[in-house]
Design a protein around this ligand. Structure first.
Ligand SMILES: Nc1ncnc2c1ncn2[C@@H]1O[C@H](COP(=O)(O)OP(=O)(O)OP(=O)(O)O)[C@@H](O)[C@H]1O
Ligand SMILES: [Mg+2]
Length: 495
């Protein structure tokens, strides 16, 4: 018996969910599963990391007739990485039932995708652009689609995918199609999309005091542009994140930041839209497996990505629009876990910070710049924790002879201090140069869209801003960080 039994789902779907370790539905799942299962159009809004994928994916899979080799479900997602992740989830929900899924997105071989599409999947998960390509080539037909989901619906509008989406929806059965819209943010402009494409949609918003999750500590540090990188490195040293995602404003910024971090001995790599897909996949794989522990990214990683072990999100640069802030910091604090979001901002950006706070309905806590000593203390603590763990649980037999030798030469405190010094990654002051970013200034706005620098409502990913070349040098090692433990349970929240 699980709490998922209450919805009257196919027992094979319940089995699959149970296999995934889900025991009780999250609040958004509680509210949408039956509606979607009954064929209603639904607009679902709930905070980041609260199981929206299941909220549409579980009932969608339940509705699929897996005995027919016919395409029945379509999920659109704004980025390739997210499309991949959503397809994996849907595949898991549908595994016991024999639901076949295919993912199609740009930057990958058409041939492979065409072969997969020919194998008669029940569900396609796609990015709009590549799906359109397949439609034009006649390698996909949408006439049998019963359910369409727009995941991160508002973001697909932001990215200028509206025409693509209209074209795609026009190919699906107009009268019988079920349409579902999901996101953590539903700006008012979503209404026109809803009224155009949905039939009597049920609006489900999981009521919460704040748009962001209360289990994410939100802090900001005011810095000068020229000291940003040093302050950031000190924060990293002090905070010792398990995995962290660092957002930079532009692709160039992300490249420069990841190079600078590597120079100072951190295990970091960049992710943005100018990298080829093989590279994008490999960076994400490395991050998930802990081969690197800092992912530096543009907003291409802001939406939907669900990576366990992300304890920290850093906004190295403020996001262009407040919704983006909500999604960026939502890469941590998922599935009931806690997380920390630290935003760096400069004095001229104060208004922009205020605007973010207004939209997210949450004040960030001001935090002073960490000192060198605090950064060092963070790294020392890390080593001390490991050392204490190893002294109680570890096997040191191979080192005892040498330890005794050393203790004949010097006293225990001196020997241990030297060992600690050796193990501690002292703050690295290797000089690096980052091109300065102009401050992000905020125009007064009411529609949930960004201040300056945006391309109106038609922002494609990774638009470059007009940076002023103004390199700066600073001083400042450290490297590998062990993984700390983190709770992996759906913890109940008061919302
Ligand atoms: N009922 C459940 N019980 C336990 N864990 C769950 C449950 N539903 C979802 N999860 C887990 O919660 C995490 C977040 O889910 P998901 O990615 O669907 O969130 P989301 O609401 O779509 O977030 P975002 O707004 O960032 O896209 C995932 O790791 C998922 O496996
Ligand atoms: Mg999601």
């Amino acid at each position: 018996m699980t709490q998922f039994d209450q919805f009257g789902l196919d027992t094979r779907v319940v089995q699959a969910i149970t296999n995934m370790g889900f025991t009780e539905p999250t609040p958004i799942q509680q509210q949408t599963i039956e509606l979607v299962k009954d064929g209603e159009d639904v607009i679902g809004q709930a905070q980041t990391g609260t199981g929206k994928t299941g909220a549409f994916g579980i009932p969608m899979v339940d509705r699929i007739d897996a005995s027919q080799p016919v395409l029945q479900g379509l999920v659109l997602a704004p980025t390739r990485e997210l499309a991949n992740q959503v397809e994996q989830s849907i595949r898991q929900f549908g595994r016991e039932k024999g639901v076949r899924t295919v993912v199609v997105y740009g930057g990958e071989d058409f041939g492979k995708q065409i072969r997969a599409l020919k194998a008669k999947p029940h569900v396609i998960v796609a990015t709009p652009g590549r799906l359109m390509d397949h439609m034009r080539r006649g390698t996909v037909r949408l006439q049998t689609i019963e359910t369409v989901v727009l995941d991160e619906a508002d973001e697909m509008l932001n990215m200028g995918f509206i025409e693509d989406i209209e074209t795609i929806l026009a190919e699906t059965p107009q009268d019988t199609r079920q349409t579902l819209l999901f996101s953590a943010t539903m700006p008012r402009r979503m209404e026109s999309l809803a009224s155009k494409f949905m039939k009597n949609p049920k609006r489900i918003a999981v009521k919460a005091k704040e748009v962001t999750m209360e289990n994410i500590a939100q802090q900001y540090v005011e810095v000068h542009e020229r000291e940003k990188f040093d302050v950031f490195c000190r924060l990293l040293d002090l905070e010792t994140p398990e995995l962290s995602i660092v957002f930079g404003r532009t692709k160039r910024r992300v490249d420069e930041l990841s190079e600078a971090l590597i120079k100072r001995g951190y295990r970091a790599e960049g992710l943005h839209g100018d990298l080829n897909q093989a590279k994008r996949n490999s960076v994400l794989r490395k991050f998930k497996s802990g081969l690197i522990d800092i992912l530096v990214a543009t907003d291409v990683a802001a939406r939907g990505l669900d990576i366990s072990g992300v304890t920290h999100v850093f906004n190295f640069d403020l996001p262009q629009d407040p919704e983006s802030y909500v999604h960026r910091i939502g890469r941590t604090g998922r599935a009931g876990r806690s997380g920390i979001a630290i935003t760096l901002s400069t004095k001229p950006e104060r208004d922009h910070v205020k605007l973010i706070e207004k939209v997210s309905k949450k004040r960030m806590t001001a935090r002073p710049k960490p000192t060198y000593d605090e950064a060092l203390a963070g790294q020392k603590q890390l080593v001390l924790n490991q050392l204490r763990e190893l002294t109680t649980e570890g096997d040191q037999d191979h080192y005892r002879v040498e330890a005794k030798e050393i203790l004949q030469e010097t006293d225990a405190v001196t020997a241990l201090s030297a060992a600690l010094k050796l193990l501690t990654k002292e703050p690295n002051e290797t000089p690096v140069a980052l091109t300065s970013e102009a401050p992000l200034r905020s125009k007064k706005r009411h529609d949930g869209r960004g201040g300056n620098g945006g391309n109106g409502g038609n922002r494609r990913r990774d638009g470059r801003s007009k940076d002023r070349r103004n390199a700066f040098n600073q001083k400042r090692s450290r490297s590998d960080q062990p993984k700390g433990g983190q709770k992996r349970q759906w913890a109940k929240r008061s919302s």
